[in-house]
Design a protein around this ligand. Structure first.
Ligand code: K1U
Ligand code: ZN
Length: 174
């Protein structure tokens, strides 16, 4: 298994729509394992393939707490088949928008159909944090970041800070 580098906004790759996956084979399962290892190490509770520079409609999630056994969820070609009218607000973070958090309003409950690690079609209903993380990760597959749900003012402030932080880090390593 391998730790993969995570792209940071405003990297233009994060704005692209990811391509559908044709088959769940051993190479894709290896990518799922690498993404899970990368997500656990970050640490994070979700990760989408575009965040590691791979244009595939694949995401991984694990909401298990540190003291609980791991409960990884891998979704290939996920599609939302139902969204509730009721909304919920969560403070979101993102490994591609490090050290920034903001409240985002989304449908409170969703139903999602996807292909799993065993190449089986599955459909689950989610609420609470899982519903939020599924929608956040699916946004990544369409080139959307949580900051795109904020006002232009808030989004631009965060993106400017990320550019400044990158320049500072680049300067320090010279
Ligand atoms: O970058 C990502 O897409 C992962 C992101 C997922 C997410 C978190 C919160 C709301 C919506 C989506 C993260 O995992 S950010 C890190 C984080 O939330 C966390 C890290 C360690 C323990 C618990 C949470
Ligand atoms: Zn994210």
């Amino acid at each position: 298994m391998a730790l993969l580098p995570i792209l940071v906004a405003p990297d233009p790759f994060l704005k692209l729509k990811a391509k559908r996956v044709d088959t769940v084979d051993d190479a894709l399962r290896r990518l799922m394992d690498d993404m899970l290892e990368t997500m656990y190490a970050a640490p994070g509770i979700g990760l989408a393939a575009p965040q590691v520079g791979v244009s595939k409609r694949l995401l991984v999630i694990d909401l298990a707490k540190e003291e609980e056994p791991k409960a990884p969820l891998c979704m290939v070609n996920p599609e939302l088949t139902w969204l509730s009218d009721e909304e919920a607000t969560y403070e979101e973070g993102c490994l591609s928008v490090p050290e920034h958090y903001a409240d985002v309003v989304r449908p409170a409950r969703v139903r999602v159909r996807f292909i799993d690690r065993q190449n089986e079609i599955r459909e689950i209903e989610a609420d609470g944090l899982l519903a939020t993380v599924i929608q956040h990760e699916m946004d990544h597959l369409d080139g959307v970041l949580f900051v795109d749900h904020l006002t232009n003012l808030k989004r631009n402030m965060i993106l400017r800070k990320l550019v400044k932080a990158r320049k500072t880090t680049a300067g320090a390593s010279l």
